[in-house]
Design a protein around this ligand. Sequence first.
Ligand code: ATP
Ligand code: MG
Length: 403
Amino acid sequence: MKLEIIPDEFTKAASVLQEIQAHGFEAYFVGGSVRDALLNKPIHDVDIATSAYPEEIKQIFHRTIDVGIDHGTVLVLVGEEQYEITTFRTESTYQDFRRPDTVTFVRSLKEDLKRRDFTINALAMDVDGKIIDLFDGILDLEQKIIRAVGNPKERFHEDALRMMRGLRFASQLDFTIETNTLSAIEEFHPLLGKISVERIAVEFIKLLLGKNRRAALLPFIETECYQYCPGLKKHGEALFNFSDLSNRPIDAENQAWTLLIHTIGLKETDIRNFLKTWKQSNQMIQEVQLLIFGLNKRLSGDWQVMDLFNLGLDAVLSIENLLYYYDQKSKIEEVKERYLRLPIHNRKQLAITGNDLLDYFDEKPGKWLGDMIEILEIAVVNGQITNNKELLIAYAKNIIDKE
Ligand code: ATP
Ligand code: MG
């Protein structure tokens, strides 16, 4: 089979393949980019596989960076572009279910394609767009099937992460996992316990954000893979409920965690721990905590003016977006307008500072100062007083005089 219309990303890289060939080696496009081109999906990175050894690649190209030379990968810089060029390789004896003990460079494309995870990922394409399909990957693409290359049990035994990858491709591509591949996941799911949380998390997040989340969540639960994911062990039932939510794709990672955690019903104080065990960043943890706090507010009534101010527009709109999964109507436009009409949008816009108050009242800094700023801020946000320095001082004076 030949790809008739070759996407620009490949045409741009054609000279790299030709250059390698001119030196007497083979070179092909491989992996996700070939799969996505055949599916008419946008292409991310164009990966290249070659029979040339890393040292040989470095002699062919002037500008190279050793990014993973032990695994055979050299980054080649051509103009503005950069390409990962990986030597054909086999991987042998996976003692620990996750990393090959030895990577052996080989000159055969077939050997290289054989070690890849799924048939749809084991396609190669030459510079003219001819597809090399040794494992019926095209048929599986047409039939929307995720099938391990070779014996699925062996493949998952070699590298247990592949089970999570299979599930995430099912979600991202809206494909079904082939029966033998699925039973191998069922049998070998405990091996996920050997895989680092970071690597599992990458795949799990892609699964959550995919086009058909449910198509992956159901096998994820039924094969019990979730038992070997952080913080989910006791939540099989809740995960079913999660898979039962509207299957509309989730817009962003923080929204995905929010929906998941909210459905599981974690206490607000447990959110941090849960996301920590998933090795998420503090930034992500804060965003999710804010979204869950806001979501609970919004589910119990309309926004108060101070909620809009405290949460900020991004969080408020994300929460409006999430209402869809709770069969509630969102009021995106109305909320945007209400937000824009707030007299101020952050504390910096308050017409008075702590220093102004210290000067005026000739007092030492202390708790009273923060409290006062907060009182003034609330009064301004609620429209009880105009954001004007003199008026704010007078307002503050009034409060202090009463005390
Ligand atoms: P994406 O579009 O998400 O990048 P991808 O298929 O390109 O999907 P990558 O993780 O970038 O996925 O890997 C590139 C290729 O390397 C895959 O298409 C597959 O052929 C191979 N591969 C990646 N991880 C594994 C693995 N754990 N086991 C076997 N082959 C793998
Ligand atoms: Mg990729």
